[in-house]
Design a protein. Structure first.
Length: 323
């Protein structure tokens, strides 16, 4: 039974005049209405600020924070600190939340007595068409923290995104969980692993309740030295935390497979651009991977024995591509 507690929705926003209405409209159209919508304008220079103010004038649930540009991690932290809901969720300003997102996510935590809910989602292109990528396939249930951590570390079903999760706000506040403002990219992953670790129970919602738009030129498609460094730092932090929680093999698997797939995708992008990105022979193995070649392969093989040959081929290609 729904308890009708206040839920905060935090949206970091920067120069989003072309798609912010789709985002905010999807929040205000939720079938669960007891919401606090915090729109954090990160120093936008287009018409975004006035659009946000119009929403605040029309709907008393909407609050706008205007601030100087400091990045999306800072915006999320400011929204978190300004929020007052019993539960909180985050949304990216270029995405779409299905009308029953809140009712099903909140319904799951109420039914299960859990601290967090995670849902499945769709990858869509700029026109809203599903991309056909491999997507999460969660089964409706609830699990304890350790099982949820293992799911996080050994599958792609939960992921470290902010927007497919509804969490008790006190989990973030009481454990001093904040987004790393010194990072340019990959600011979500470590925070949400730590949040899952701090939960007693985590609910899984099978429904695909969120559309994650893949915009051309977005951060997930372009990797420079700073972002690659941020990615490695994030993986290292997650591995260390997993080891502390007794999940040594799972932590090693996570950092090994994630970096392998990231580098492999970067190589494909480099080849497609006819080597214009300059990735070829740019990094050494040790500059990217946390484990050496042998330990990386062994860490992946412990969980992916069925695709050993495929991963071995990837490792060989990566080894020849790096300096």
């Amino acid at each position: 039974m729904l308890k009708n507690e206040l839920i905060s929705v935090v949206v970091p926003i920067y120069n989003a005049e072309n798609y912010i209405k789709r985002c905010v409209d999807s929040i205000l159209a939720q079938t669960y209405e007891n919401l606090e919508v915090i729109l954090v304008d990160d120093g936008s220079t287009d018409s975004t600020p006035s659009i946000l103010d119009e929403y605040a004038d029309k709907d008393k649930r909407v609050r706008v924070i205007h601030k100087e540009n400091a990045g999306h991690a800072h915006s999320r932290n400011q929204g978190l600190l300004a929020s007052s809901g019993e539960f909180i969720t985050f949304m990216d300003c270029d995405d779409y939340m299905h009308p029953d997102y809140m009712s099903k996510m909140y319904g799951a935590v109420c039914e299960d007595g859990s601290d967090m809910a995670c849902c499945s989602f769709n990858y869509v292109d700029e026109s809203g068409t599903r991309l056909g990528w491999s997507e999460p396939s969660l089964v409706r249930c609830y699990v304890n923290s350790l099982t949820a951590q293992k799911k996080f570390l050994t599958s792609y079903d939960i992921e470290g995104f902010s927007w497919n999760k509804l969490v008790r706000r006190s989990i973030l506040i009481d454990n001093n969980l904040r987004y790393p403002e010194d990072q340019k990219a990959f600011v979500d992953m470590f925070l949400w692993y730590r949040a899952i670790s701090a939960c007693d129970k985590v609910s899984f919602v099978a429904d695909k309740l969120y559309d994650y738009y893949q915009m051309s030129g977005s951060v997930v498609h372009t990797i420079d030295d700073i972002k690659m460094g941020n990615f490695r730092t994030t993986l290292s932090n997650i591995r260390n935390a997993a080891h502390e929680n007794g999940l040594v093999a799972e932590g090693d698997y996570y950092v090994s497979l994630r970096m392998m797939n990231q580098v492999y995708d970067q190589i494909k992008t480099d080849i497609k651009s006819r080597f214009k990105s300059g990735f070829y022979h740019k990094y050494s193995w040790d500059e990217l991977f946390i484990l050496d070649k042998k330990d990386t392969s062994e860490a992946i093989y412990r969980f992916d024995a069925g695709v050993k040959l495929q991963n071995r081929m990837k490792a060989m290609l990566i080894g020849s591509y790096l300096k």
